[in-house]
Design a protein. Structure first.
Length: 186
């Protein structure tokens, strides 16, 4: 198999993302098994979208039957669906001061992803625009992390902390792929 990226730093970015994503999804699937489907079905649904992103990243990295446009659209769509489901339609209960920030960042992330998805000429995005997707997602995860740390801990806390950081990890890898592809086309 031939890999799409040749520089070691680019391969490292994708490998770290893939490894962290697979480990996080594995922990969450274990959590679904441990807590039962009745209590943790939302995480299972989200994990399906995360697994789809990781699979597309794998196919894209090894140049196997997925074009740059397909990778761009489907991964952006999967991320948008997870933001919509987890952060907008079915948000977890949050402390009052964190709630406003999370809602604002969730809507902002959805708008940025929608704008990115709707653009047919995504190569015109600057690196700064692409990294904004990742930065917004990391800020959102940071607020969720803060809220969880302020709440009383229980057996479910470790799984929630893992689940919160899956999407920013995948977003980091996707943005790294987009930027590298943009550099290859320049």
């Amino acid at each position: 198999m031939e890999v799409r990226f040749k520089k070691k730093s680019d391969i490292f970015n994708i490998a770290v993302t893939g490894l962290a994503g697979v480990l996080s999804v594995g922990i969450m699937l274990y959590g679904v098994g441990h807590f039962g489907l009745k209590n943790s079905w939302p995480e299972l649904v989200l994990n399906l979208f995360y697994i789809a992103c990781l699979a597309m990243m794998w196919l894209y990295f090894f140049q196997y039957r997925i074009t740059t446009q397909q990778f761009n659209y489907w991964c952006t769509l999967c991320l948008g669906i997870t933001v919509l489901l987890r952060d907008v339609l079915f948000p977890p209960p949050l402390a009052a001061f964190v709630l406003l920030g999370c809602r604002f960042l969730s809507v902002l992330l959805l708008l940025v992803l929608l704008y990115f998805y709707a653009r047919k000429d995504w190569e015109s995005f600057s690196k700064r625009n692409l990294w904004m997707i990742c930065i917004i997602d990391m800020l959102l995860a940071g607020l969720y992390h803060l809220d969880i740390l302020l709440e009383p801990t229980d057996e479910y806390t470790a799984y929630m902390l893992t689940e919160i950081w899956i999407r920013p990890t995948i977003t980091y890898g996707l943005v790294a792929c987009f930027i590298q592809e943009k550099n290859n086309q320049s």
